[in-house]
Design a protein around this ligand. Sequence first.
Ligand code: ADP
Length: 584
Amino acid sequence: MFQIKWIWENMKGYRKRYILALCMSVIGQIMYLTNPIFGQRIVDTFIYNDRAAENLAGGKKLLIMLCGGMIVFTLVRTVFQFSANMLYEVCSQGMLSKIRNYLFANVQKQDMTFYDRSSTGDIMTRLSGDLDMVRHSVAWIIKTLLESIVLFTTSTVYFFVLDPIMALCLLALTPLIFIISGIFRKDVGPKYVDLRERLSKLNTAAQENISGNRVVRAFAREDYEIDRFREKNTEYNEANKTASLTWLKYFPYIETTAQGLTVVQLIAGGIFVITGRLTMGEYVAFSGLIWSLSNPMRNVGALINDLQRFMASAAKIVEVYYSRPFIVDRVDAKEMPERLKGDVEFKNVSFSYDGTPVLKDVSFKIKAGETVAVMGETGSGKTTLVNLIPRLYDPKRGEVLVDGVNVRFIKLETLRRNIGMAMQDVLLWSDTIDGNIAFGDSDMSEEDVHKFAHAADADDFIVNLSDGYDTIVGERGVGLSGGQKQRISLARALAVRPAILILDDTTSAVDLETEKHIQENLAALDFKCTKIIIAQRISSAKDADKIIILKGGKISEMGTHEELLKNENGYYSEIYRLQQGSIE
Ligand code: ADP
């Protein structure tokens, strides 16, 4: 059975108010009994009574009290219901905000494998639509369910007190409601699970399309994409209709049963009044409260619909809520200095994504301060290799060591704070250039930001932008060229003064002249730093202390430029010959 403990956990701070609201709902429903009780008394004493006139003459005070009581209880009930609704709203909104914060924080902590599995659109659906369904359940479903149960139960008890036989006649119809609603629940449940999946697909399509709109435009695929979205939207719409309309199949049975109550009340009640089993007042009380049995019956459809929708959403939220990263700090983590030296070693490292081997028995050593270039064909495992250093993934076999310590034993924060990465797929925030460069340390001085921009050879173009360092770059760096984005990303990686700098194809889009400047600047940094540079060009690699060539996840060549050139049939020599023109 599905857990709701997490909802209760997040009601902390609101629990008392929520329970108070539930109590008010219960009392409010019980108060519905007062009018029929008082009404019955009025009818039996002052209307259908042989001595009605006498009673009226002598009991004016009682009549006024009964009428006044009806008005007062109605008013009190309205106040209770109003206050309870306010409390439901406050509590459910407060809970929603807490869960959303928690979920966001939890999503942030997940491993890369979590992101490999889930699409942004799906995570966004969980953080928005699904969460709102949970709020709706706390504010409406639970309240309506409780109110229906209380109303149904109290009026049943009251009916039994009035006349057990009449009460049994009415209750004879209720098993039908349970049977019909049980079948309906089984029928509609999977439809809401399907609907939820389609909503996620729709959101994913929209999100991918909007963030990739440049590609869509470049390939003139707008019409195709619009059709694809329309198709997904139609599917969602159809699923929505199917789920919502399912109730219509069951509605006639429920409605007939609910109407059946009135028929039973008329026939059985009529007979009982004629035979003298019921007084007229009691009959009026039955007929005045018959809705308290039929209304909960009529609510069954809406309640089951919402409950199933809630179940589908909650199941999705729970997946993220209880998802725990595997890559975490170990309790026996070693105490390391805040600033690491920057020695890196791979010892017989193998890695696979979901069983597909990508790195096979990779071993090498890099001394602190050295520059190492990693080259190889696309898909040979270069990015995977560098991702193992900051533990974005953990190797399946072997060890990655930094300063002689297996990275699994270094606190993640210490490890990652010592590593500056400029990734292949440059992602800039919708923020100023200054804010983007200072991402790793928001207190960074303007002077430092400029210094690192200069080191990345970005200062010249930044000062020529309309707002200089205050220029806002669009989402993913819209408005900048590929080479400009790469240089800002390099400045951002340098700005944390890392002990280990990892550049994944970071200068592929800059011209050779700029690349040369960058290399000179990197060689003259005012802090000691190991540099691991994934490169396609010989020009980026030739001056490195060591060049590693990966082939199909294995190291096929390793050495300096001169050493590798000696192997004339090697990958490096081949690339060298191909690129010779541009190098010269
Ligand atoms: P390179 O950087 O040399 O181009 P990668 O390390 O990016 O190579 O990829 C090596 C192999 O691993 C490729 O076959 C690629 O398809 C696969 N791969 C990369 N990332 C993932 C991932 N997140 N999930 C599954 N397979 C992946």
